[in-house]
Unconditional design. Structure first.
Length: 479
């Protein structure tokens, strides 16, 4: 039961039910309010009209147009109540009470002796309430009063009606109760209908959820089916398919990376173990073999150290543990330092360097130096120790572009898209005879990305490889 009420379909249906209930309640209250307002307006008009009718009758009697019920003898003392007898019952509605009084509150005429003389309303309609006025209840009336001058006398005409037992209010209240009674089954029916519609609408989402829950790391190439309508559900399924595709690509890269690391470390570990076993068996007694084995062990240990150090650097840069500096970097001194360093490492390599005075950026000098060292080392390794290397910097809009060219064989078509991948050397066997760990250009790409730039590889005519590096004037991590 708890799972049923926690479903999206039930929650949406319940929200629709609440909205519809509130709408019906508001409409019912508004309808009752309109009915009451019209009823009150009609009642107010009746009170004003009744007061006007009484006033006209008093004026007509004062003018002798209407005979008094009986003639008063001249010798009789004047009785104001006889001068203003109540009007006939058919003149004003039976449910309207009236009081005609003098300015000092003396009642001259009334059809309800229990009604008090209330304060004047100055032509407005007022409500008067008095608790326990009657033995069996309260006095609650809406009344109207006004002053009139007749034959030099100031009279106050007051008309009122009881609002505790108003038929209109009872009618409005009955309508409200009837509306609630009638709309209750309608609301329940609408809830069931909306629940059915919502469940049918949510079926594709449920199908996607169940299909996605069955996908694991070994089946990320599975695609969710689309309805073909192009609606939001299809967009959701497409987003999941795109996500699974990216995850699958990431998993494939990680699996390949793990395989490459294992392959790269397997060879030096095998060499170290082989040389150690050789020394344990008989090599330790042969001075020449002992030295040869130790040199081989040291070489392979340095190779493993280089691989691990490069992987750690990539990881630290990608995780933001290495923060690039922000300093002024001029490329001509940077190129000169690279040339001087390689004069001792590869003295037969010729350099052609050029950079304008405006070619300077705010970046990390040492990290850029490491990138260019990797690029030039790669050229020397594959283009030969007598190759020609060109380092050129040009200003381009809001960045400086560095071109590192060599006159070697360049990149083959199947190698070019993968030159920045980890452990990629251009051959599936990962031949280690060329030296290096296959991580140099991968490190260069990670460093340039941390500096907010970009790096790419291409071939140049007539022959040779080119590494293009673009560094913004104000460097920073663009990830």
């Amino acid at each position: 039961m708890g799972r049923f009420f926690s479903t999206v379909a039930v929650r949406l249906a319940f929200r629709f039910f609440l909205v519809l209930s509130v709408a019906i309640l508001v409409l019912s209250v508004a309808f009752v309010g309109v009915v009451q307002s019209f009823s009150i307006a009609r009642q107010n008009s009746e009170l004003v009209d009744a007061a006007g009718t009484i006033e006209r009758m008093i004026v007509r009697r004062a003018m002798g147009e209407i005979d008094l019920p009986r003639a008063r003898r001249r010798t009789e003392s004047p009785n104001p109540r006889e001068e203003f007898p109540p009007p006939p019952k058919n003149v004003i509605p039976y449910y309207i009470s009236f009081v005609v009084s003098t300015a000092d509150g003396l009642v001259l005429s009334t059809n309800d002796p229990l009604l008090p003389v209330l304060e004047e309303t100055n032509g407005k309609i007022r409500h008067h309430f008095q608790r326990n006025f009657f033995i069996d209840g309260n006095l609650s009336i809406r009344y109207f009063s006004k002053k009139v001058e007749i034959d030099g006398k100031t009279l106050v005409i007051q008309t009122s009606r009881d609002i505790e037992r108003e038929d209109a209010e009872r009618f409005a209240s009955a309508i409200f109760r009837a509306a609630l009674l009638v709309t209750s089954p309608i609301l329940i029916f609408s809830f069931l209908i909306s629940l059915l519609i919502t469940k049918n609408t949510m079926k594709p989402v449920v199908r996607i959820t169940r299909a996605a829950s069955k996908i694991s790391s070994s089946s990320l190439d599975t695609q969710l089916s689309l309805s073909g309508t192009g609606d939001e559900i299809d967009e959701l399924a497409s987003a999941f398919n795109s996500l699974f595709s990216r995850l699958n690509a990431d998993f494939e890269r990680e699996r390949q990376f793990t395989s490459d690391v294992s392959h790269e470390l397997k060879t030096p570990v095998a060499v170290v173990l082989g040389q150690a076993n050789l020394l344990l068996r008989w090599g330790k007694d042969d001075a020449g073999q002992l030295e040869k084995s130790l040199l081989s062990i040291r070489k392979e240990a340095k190779s493993m150290e280089s691989i691990i150090a490069n992987l750690l650097q990539i990881s630290r840069i990608e995780n933001g543990r290495i923060t690039p500096k922000s300093e002024r970097v001029e490329f001509l001194p940077l190129f000169s330092r690279i040339r001087d360093e390689f004069a001792h490492i590869a003295p037969l390599v010729s350099f052609d360097i050029s950079a304008g005075e405006e070619c300077a950026v705010r970046s990390d000098f040492e990290l850029l130096h490491q990138v260019l060292t990797v690029v030039v080392s790669n050229s020397v390794r594959y283009a030969g120790e007598e190759c020609a290397v060109s380092l050129k910097a040009e200003r381009c809009c809001s960045s400086v572009v560095v071109f590192a060219d060599d006159d070697g064989p360049g990149f083959s078509g199947d190698v070019l898209p993968h030159v920045f991948e980890r452990f990629f050397r251009g051959d599936k066997a990962h031949n280690r005879a060329d030296g290096g760990s296959g991580l140099g250009l991968s490190i260069a790409r990670v460093i340039i990305g941390a500096l907010g730039g970009s790096i790419s590889a291409e071939n140049v005519a007539p022959r040779g490889a080119r590494i293009r590096i673009e560094i913004p004037f104000s460097g920073g991590d663009s990830r």
